[in-house]
Design a binder for this molecule. Structure first.
Ligand code: 0RA
Length: 632
């Protein structure tokens, strides 16, 4: 790190107008997600300062007036005149796209800036941005409006400290919502604290009625992260932690096996999550498989006749965090979240296999537990393959044998077709009569039978309800899953608005999350939103989707109590009502399932259904107050 970094190192790339014209190009979207992107951007800048070793405390505050500020005790953004732009460096950083000191020069060794758009984008999309810098004995202030300087840089005092405070007020003309969500920010802050050893990040919500605060500091870095992820899982062996540097690539890996069926591997490059994986994941995965096979052969855990573990076998039940620091990260893939640098694969492979090999030799007990888990996964995989082969041989997974209870649509064009998954026969009846038969197919399922907790592929395929669903969708399941064969562009879960309905919805979401993650990721899964109430006055009637909406309508039209009907089941609606309120594409509201929804369902499901008592009790105690309409 050069200590004489100065204003001239900040390269000027382009102006700010395009950001306000096409915000989506820079922050993805202008919805809640895009709004929070602003916070990530400013937080990333402070984290960069920590990664460079100059900052150990960051405070994020959500203010009463709707603004957010990020305070760090780093070096402070330089305030001297910038040669290329003729204005101060801080003004340059805030008004010139990509002028964060991350591009060119030797300002930063590594940098998080994938979003990399820089703090100037935040400035462009805010009605006001204020920056206070403390450095070189002084305290400085500058303000912007809609990206343009509004109050010139001035010294406002003396200071023996150093650091930067950035506060911004997002522009309501640009964003669909400007209300920040404490929990989303908390999740992000926690994740960044895990990834940046030695930094303390505080989060404060000052908004009226929402006051809250938390603070994160993790001594163990990513190994604390693995502890956290495995909190309510049954663990196999200890949490392992490996670190090293090779070919200018910094590598940190932490892992622990669990009794789970799924893997949970999170990868990061320069603290940016790489959800599409990439070279660091490949390097890790290859090294893990090779090392475990070598150890198991040499120690007689794999006999001569036994096949090697596959990558899939050694990743079953594995929780791992892989975090690399790279000088010029190349992000590829559909969502620019796949690491491309090819030297990273070799670096991760080398560091991990050396250290993991050594660990296995020195810790035979833990090594045997891990190898045993892999052997179990291999046996299960072979059994599942045999079961699937049998099912396939019988033709049971082929489209020509569509399940009897599926009321298919006439259209064979997946882009026009929708599949409604409906619970039970009575709702199924209404849906079949109410639907548009050209484009809408109905599959009635019996929910309780869907309980797939811990079920492996072989057991799942023996379940008739699941088989029907797989055949109806056309995609197959497991290794042979193929999104291109999906017969309906929209797969819609339509359940009752009562506790049973919610349970079945959780079961289905869990099923999709675990066995059809691609479907969820590609946005093909939806939840129908049937009304909760019907209000009637004379010949007029209204539907209400929520208690709030019901109250609004009740007051507005003065509807008396007995004219309010609470729908408990879809079966209570006649086919026309079901069509009008829930199925008609012109008038209905559908909720697209996000991975986070499915993830939450999976978690809730595990806590409620799994066999661990303590987390379940904790969950029920915590959420008892939220269960208002328990009409069982
Ligand atoms: C460019 C150069 C230097 C620091 C920073 C930017 C910097 C930016 C941000 C944004 C939020 N907090 C920040 N802290 C620092 C290095 C200046 C030097 O060498 O003293």
């Amino acid at each position: 790190m050069s200590s004489n970094y100065s204003a001239k190192d900040i390269q000027v790339l382009e102006g700010l107008e395009p950001v306000r014209k096409r915000p989506g190009m820079y922050i993805g979207s202008t919805d809640e997600r895009g709004l929070h992107h602003l916070v990530w951007e400013v937080l990333d800048n402070a984290i960069d300062e920590s990664m460079a070793g100059y900052c150990d405390a960051i405070t994020v505050t959500i203010h009463r007036d709707g603004s957010v500020s990020v305070l760090d005790n780093g070096r402070g953004i330089p305030v001297e005149k910038h040669e290329q732009t003729g204005v101060s460096a801080v003004e340059t950083v805030l008004t010139v796209l990509h002028a964060g000191g991350k591009f060119g020069g030797d300002g930063y060794k590594v940098s998080g800036g994938l979003h990399g758009v820089g703090v100037s984008v935040v400035n462009a999309l805010s009605i006001r941005t204020e920056v206070t810098v403390e450095r070189d004995g002084g305290k400085y202030f500058i303000a912007f409006e809609a990206g343009a300087p509004a109050e010139p840089l001035k010294q406002v005092g003396d200071s023996g400290n150093h650091g930067t405070l950035v506060q911004f007020w997002p522009d309501p003309k640009i964003f669909e919502t400007t209300i920040f969500d404490f929990n989303s920010i908390k999740k992000r802050v926690r994740q960044q604290a895990y990834l940046t050893k030695g930094v303390t990040i505080s989060l404060i919500d000052e908004r009226e009625g929402l006051e809250d605060a938390c603070q994160f500091y993790f001594e163990g870095g990513i190994s604390s992260f693995v502890h956290h992820l495995n909190e309510d899982k049954e663990k196999i062996g200890p949490v392992l932690m490996f670190e090293g540097e090779s070919d200018n690539v910094g590598v940190e890996i932490s892992l622990q096996y669990t009794q789970e069926f799924r893997e949970n591997i999170l990868t990061f490059a320069n603290n940016i999550q790489t959800s599409e994986g990439g070279t660091h994941l490949t390097g890790f995965s290859t090294a893990l498989t090779r090392t475990l096979n070598k150890y198991s052969r040499e120690n007689g855990l794999l006999k001569e006749k036994d096949p090697n573990f596959t990558n899939e076998d050694v990743r079953e039940g594995l929780t791992a965090i892989i975090s690399v620091k790279v000088r010029d990260p190349q992000f590829e893939g559909q969502t620019k979240s796949k690491l491309g640098n090819s030297n990273v694969r070799t670096a991760v492979d080398r560091i991990f296999s050396d250290k993991f090999d050594e660990f296995l030799l020195e810790n035979p007990t833990a090594a045997k537990l891990m190898a045993g888990k892999c052997a179990l996964a291999t046996r299960a995989r072979l059994a599942a393959r045999a079961a699937r082969d049998t099912v396939i041989r019988k033709g049971a997974l082929e489209g020509s044998n569509l399940p009897g209870k599926l009321a298919d649509c006439a259209s064979k064009d997946p882009n026009k077709s929708e599949l409604f998954i409906v619970e039970g026969d009575s709702a199924g009846g209404s849906a079949k009569q109410g639907r548009d038969r050209h484009t809408q197919a109905i599959l009635p399922l019996r929910g309780k039978i869907l309980n797939t907790e811990e079920a492996r592929l072989d057991k799942m395929l023996a379940n008739n309800e699941i088989k029907s669903l797989v055949v109806a969708m056309g995609t197959a399941i497991g290794e042979t899953f193929d999104l291109a064969k999906l017969r309906y562009k929209k797969v819609i879960i339509m359940t009752d608005a009562d506790v049973d309905g919610a349970h079945i919805r959780t079961l289905l979401l869990t099923l999709f999350y675990r066995h059809f993650p691609t479907l969820v990721l590609s946005g093909n899964v939806f939840i129908a939103q049937p009304p909760l109430y019907k209000l009637q006055k004379g010949k007029e009637s209204w539907y209400a989707m929520s208690d709030n909406e019901k109250e609004e309508i009740r007051l507005k039209y003065d509807v008396k109590g007995e004219n309010i009907q609470r729908y408990k089941g879809l079966g209570e609606m006649n086919p026309e009502q079901l069509w009008d309120t829930t199925m008609n594409p012109e008038t209905r509201t559908l909720m697209q399932v996000q991975v986070s929804d499915a993830e939450r369902a999976d978690h809730i499901f595990k806590v409620l259904m799994g066999d661990e008592v303590i987390p379940r009790r904790k969950f029920i105690q915590t959420h008892a107050a939220e269960v208002k309409d328990l009409d069982v």
